[in-house]
Design a protein around this ligand. Structure first.
Ligand code: URP
Ligand code: ZN
Ligand code: ZN
Ligand code: ZN
Length: 477
C-alpha cells in the first residue's frame, strides 16, 4: 500500500482550519498530525512513499457535487458529457464525488432504469459516484421500487411539479411518494415549479411572437417557484417526509424554506453557482454577433436565471450564510450550442434545459470567500461536508479525518485563472462562464489515495471511480 504525506498545508474542514500534516495509507486518511510530527521517533517524511509539499495552500476534502446529469436523455437529445468526460472534468475542478440522477420517465420501470444507469457509469468514471432516482408520474409500482432502491443505496428520490407528460407527478402522486419516504426515512428531492402555470405563460408568450431565450425566464416567474416550494413544504409537513428542494433561485422560495426550517421541519435546499452570479437581464437577454438574441440559450436552465433588479442573487448568498440553503450543487446538465441548444431556435420552449459547471463549482464558490460573502470553512461545508451528510455518506467523504477516504484537494489561493471553453475539460462547445476570472485554483487532487490531478494535469484513468452505496441522510433534525 502506498503511503503519502501532505505536509505544511492548512487543513480546512467545515469545523475550522488548522496547520496540519495529513498521512494517507492506501485509500484512506490515517492521521491528521501537528506539523512535523514524528512517528516512533523517526521523521515521517522518511517512512512514506510520497511527500507532497502544500506550503501556502489549503488541504480540503474533495468536493461532493450532489446534483449532476451525465448523458441525460432530455429535450430530444442527451446531455453532452458522458460519465467519462463529465467525471474527468469534475476531477480537474476538485470534485471527487458526484451523485447523478437515474432517469425514469413515465411508463418506464425504475429498477430497469437503475440497472441501465449502472451500465452507463461502471468502468467509465474518474471519481466515485452515487445515484439519486428520478420518479416521474409516480405509480404504485414505483412506490414498491423505492424499498429495493433504498437497499441498493439509492436513498433519495426526485419528483417534478413541472414538465407535463415528461416528468410531472400530480399532487396526489407526490403525497403518496412522500408518505413512502416518511415510512422509509428516505429523502424527497423536489423540482419545485408550477408546471401548469408555466405551460400557459409559455403558450401566451409564443403566441405573442416572444420566441427568444429571454422569454424562458419571463414565463417562469418567481411566483411559479415560490408557490410550488410552498406546496411541497406543506405536503412534506403533512406526511412527515424529509424534503430537499433542488436548484433554488428565487428569494421568495428561500423565504418559504426558511419559514419551514424555523418551524423545525426537515426541509433543506441547494442553490447552484449560476443563481449566485448570473441573471435574466445579463445572460438570458444577451446578444452576440454569432448567435444574435439566441445567445441567451447558453443559459437556459430551470429554474431560470432570475432578475438582478429583483435582488435574487444577493438573497442566495444571504441564505447560504444563514444555513437556510445548505448545499451548493451544479445541476450539471450540459448541451452544446451547435445541434443541441439550436433545437430551440424560434421557440425557446424547445431549448434543452441545462447548464454545465461541474468543473468550476469549487472555484466559483471560492470567489465567495474572496469577496467576503462566506468563510473558508463554510466553503468546504457547502461544497463537500454537507452534501455528504445530506445524502448519507459523510465520514467516508466530506471531511479530512482518520478513517475517511483519502479524497483530498490541495487548493492554491494564489493561483489565478480565467474560465474558457478553450481550456475547460467538459464536453461543451461554449462555457457559461467564459471570461470569468478566478482567484485560486486546484493544484492536486487525490481520489482514495491515488493522485488523479497533479499541478493541473490529469493522471488518473477511466474506471478509477466506484459506486457509493449510500445510507439514509445524516442531516435530519
Ligand atoms: O435545467 C435543468 N435544471 N436541467 C436539468 C434537469 C433538472 O430539472 O434538474
Ligand atoms: Zn430539476
Ligand atoms: Zn431561519
Ligand atoms: Zn437537475
Amino acid at each position: 500500500m502506498t503511503k503519502t504525506l501532505i505536509t505544511n498545508g492548512t487543513v480546512v474542514n467545515a469545523t475550522g482550519t488548522v496547520a496540519a500534516d495529513v498521512l494517507i495509507d492506501g485509500e484512506q486518511i490515517v492521521a491528521v498530525l501537528a506539523p512535523g510530527s514524528q512517528l516512533l521517533g523517526s521523521d515521517l517524511t522518511q517512512s512514506v512513499d510520497t511527500v507532497i509539499d502544500a506550503a501556502g495552500k489549503y488541504v480540503i476534502p474533495g468536493g461532493v457535487d450532489a446534483h449532476t446529469h451525465m448523458e441525460m436523455p432530455f429535450g430530444g437529445t442527451f446531455a453532452s458529457d458522458t460519465f467519462e468526460t463529465g467525471t474527468r472534468a469534475a476531477a480537474h475542478g476538485g470534485t471527487t464525488t458526484i451523485v447523478d440522477f437515474v432517469v425514469q420517465y413515465a411508463g418506464e420501470n425504475p429498477i430497469d432504469q437503475y440497472a441501465l444507469w449502472h451500465e452507463k457509469a461502471a468502468g467509465n468514471c474518474a471519481i466515485d459516484y452515487g445515484f439519486h432516482q428520478i420518479l416521474s408520474d409516480v405509480q404504485d409500482s414505483s412506490l414498491d421500487a423505492m424499498d429495493e432502491l433504498i437497499r441498493e443505496g439509492v436513498t433519495s428520490f426526485k419528483l417534478f411539479m413541472a414538465y407535463k407528460g415528461v416528468f410531472l407527478s400530480d399532487d396526489g402522486q407526490i403525497v403518496k411518494a412522500m408518505q413512502k419516504a416518511a415510512d422509509t426515512g428516505s429523502m424527497i428531492m423536489m423540482h419545485a415549479e408550477n408546471g401548469a402555470v408555466i405551460d400557459v405563460l409559455q403558450q401566451q408568450a409564443l403566441a405573442r411572437g416572444e420566441t427568444a431565450p429571454y422569454y424562458h425566464g419571463t414565463t417562469r416567474p418567481w411566483q411559479t417557484e415560490a408557490e410550488a416550494t410552498h406546496r411541497a413544504i406543506v405536503y412534506a409537513g403533512m406526511t412527515g417526509a424529509p424534503l430537499y428542494v433542488v436548484h433554488v433561485s428565487a428569494k421568495q422560495a428561500v423565504e418559504e424554506i426558511a419559514a419551514a426550517r424555523d418551524r423545525g421541519q426537515n426541509v433543506f435546499a441547494e442553490t447552484c453557482p449560476q443563481y449566485l452570479y448570473l441573471s435574466l437581464e445579463e445572460q438570458l437577454g444577451a446578444q452576440s454577433d454569432e448567435w444574435g438574441s439566441f445567445e441567451g440559450a447558453k443559459w437556459v436552465c430551470s429554474t431560470p436565471l432570475r432578475s438582478r433588479a429583483e435582488g435574487h442573487q444577493n438573497h442566495m448568498w444571504q441564505g447560504l450564510r444563514t444555513n437556510d440553503l445548505q448545499v451548493i450543487s451544479t445541476d450539471h446538465c450540459p448541451f452544446c450550442m451547435k445541434g443541441q441548444k439550436e433545437l430551440g431556435r424560434g421557440d425557446f420552449a424547445k431549448i434543452p434545459n441545462g447548464i454545465g459547471s461541474v468543473e468550476h463549482r469549487l472555484d466559483l464558490i471560492y470567489q465567495g470567500v474572496v469577496l467576503g460573502e462566506i468563510s473558508l470553512p463554510r466553503w468546504v461545508e457547502l461544497t463537500s461536508t454537507t452534501p455528504a451528510r445530506m445524502f448519507g455518506f459523510y465520514g467516508k467523504k466530506g471531511v479530512i479525518q482518520p478513517g475517511a477516504d483519502a479524497d483530498v484537494v490541495i487548493y492554491d489561493p494564489n493561483a489565478h485563472t480565467t474560465i474558457s471553453a478553450a481550456t475547460h475539460h467538459m464536453n461543451m462547445d461554449y462555457s457559461a462562464w467564459e471570461g470569468f476570472e478566478i482567484d485560486g485554483g486546484v493544484d492536486t487532487v487525490l481520489s482514495r489515495g491515488r493522485m488523479i490531478v497533479d499541478k493541473g494535469a490529469y493522471r488518473g484513468s477511466k474506471g478509477d471511480g466506484s459506486f457509493i452505496k449510500r445510507g439514509l441522510s445524516q442531516y435530519l433534525v
